[in-house]
Design a binder for this molecule. Structure first.
Ligand SMILES: [Zn+2]
Length: 135
């Protein structure tokens, strides 16, 4: 069971039954204890600690489009576009500046965007990473 809540609601909610995480696929979510996240399958114990001011829904000037795909508004289509966990943890541990990622809907496309504070990080990333490596 997953409830998607804004951060204000999380504070007022009894969290004994739930664990919350800032999901890479859908933003802040509450998941029932003992169950993995409905969206990204992350387990409670394996939560990553993203750097301060980095991570989901943080925006920086140097953008890299990871993937874009047809999106019809359904959950199934939404889940088809995402950024692999391994890529995000690598950025988290290697980039010099801040970084973030977000999803955009542009007309009928869902777009996964990774952005960097420093141009060098963005350049390095574009040279060493691409989606094909992960499919
Ligand atoms: Zn998740």
């Amino acid at each position: 069971m997953v409830a998607i809540l804004n951060s204000k609601m999380i504070h007022t909610k009894d969290t004994h039954e739930f664990w919350d995480h800032n999901c890479k696929d859908s933003g802040p979510t509450l998941t029932k204890r003992g169950e993995p996240c409905n969206w990204c399958d992350e387990e409670e114990e394996s939560q990553d600690v993203w750097r301060e001011d980095c991570g989901y829904n943080h925006y920086f000037p140097h953008e890299f489009i990871w993937e874009s795909k047809y999106y019809d508004g359904s959950d199934e289509r939404w889940r088809e576009v995402g950024i692999p966990h391994s890529v995000l943890t690598r950025i988290n541990s290697t980039s010099e500046g801040k970084y973030g990622w977000h999803f955009n809907i542009i007309r009928d496309q869902k777009v996964a965007v990774i952005s960097f504070e420093k141009e060098d990080d963005a350049l390095w990333f574009s040279l060493t990473e691409n989606k094909e490596k992960h499919t």
